[in-house]
Design a protein around this ligand. Structure first.
Ligand SMILES: Cc1cc2nc3c(=O)[nH]c(=O)nc-3n(C[C@H](O)[C@H](O)[C@H](O)COP(=O)(O)O)c2cc1C
Length: 189
């Protein structure tokens, strides 16, 4: 382990120990893609920005790709869709999904891609997190946004996946180049 990584791991281990997590969790937070981890990319995307990033993440990591889609589609009109999404968030709704990934036990790491909606994760992503068996896994969230950044997304994911190691949501303004995504992926190894 190089000195910088070693110090970062020791710091992560100390923080995790203070918070009551194991050294294994510290290692997962420090180098979540180290070794032969099996990864899945799960994403939700309405207008394609997050989908573009998700496809590149899958291509660069060799991970399988799964798109979350709601049974009830969102309106095409931007303003109307924001109103629908706002109402769902206020009502703490969990819109039904057409399908969810099966057999998550096969994966160590789940990349979770989403657009930022009303400063947080879209409610369909909450539906996924509520039903998914993600205990003990590492969740690597990433998002695309329209200028407000990831905002409250990391906290929302941590709340819904309390027994997972959840990294800080990686934010991309509107999308990202392959180079930018590759640089991020490299930092996870
Ligand atoms: C319902 C809705 C709410 C949004 N809320 C935010 C927000 O709070 N902050 C922000 O920066 N962008 C916001 N946006 C912009 C999207 O996050 C941004 O366009 C994103 O890249 C869309 O991803 P997608 O093409 O994968 O759906 C919102 C868009 C929609 C449709």
């Amino acid at each position: 382990m190089k000195m910088r990584k070693c110090l970062a791991f020791m710091a992560a281990a100390a923080i995790c120990a203070a918070l009551g997590f194991s050294a294994e969790a510290a290692r997962a937070a420090e180098a979540p893609l180290a070794g032969d981890k099996k990864a899945l990319v799960v994403y939700f995307s309405k207008t394609g920005n997050t989908q573009g990033v998700a496809e590149t993440v899958a291509k660069l990591t060799g991970a399988e790709l799964f798109r979350l889609e709601t049974v009830e589609p969102y309106p095409d009109d931007y303003h109307t869709s924001t109103e629908v999404a706002k109402r769902q968030l206020e009502q703490n709704a969990r819109p039904a999904l057409k399908a969810v990934p099966q057999d998550l036990a096969r994966y160590d790491v789940v990349f979770l891609g989403h657009p930022v909606w009303w400063h947080t994760i879209p409610t369909p992503v909450m539906t996924f997190l509520d039903g998914a068996k993600l205990d003990g896994k590492t969740i690597i969230p990433f998002c695309t946004h329209g200028g407000g950044g990831a905002d409250e997304s990391t906290g929302a994911i941590r709340k819904l996946a309390p027994k997972s190691t959840v990294l800080e949501d990686k934010e991309f303004y509107g999308g990202a180049s392959e180079e930018e995504i590759a640089e991020w992926i490299a930092s996870l190894k």
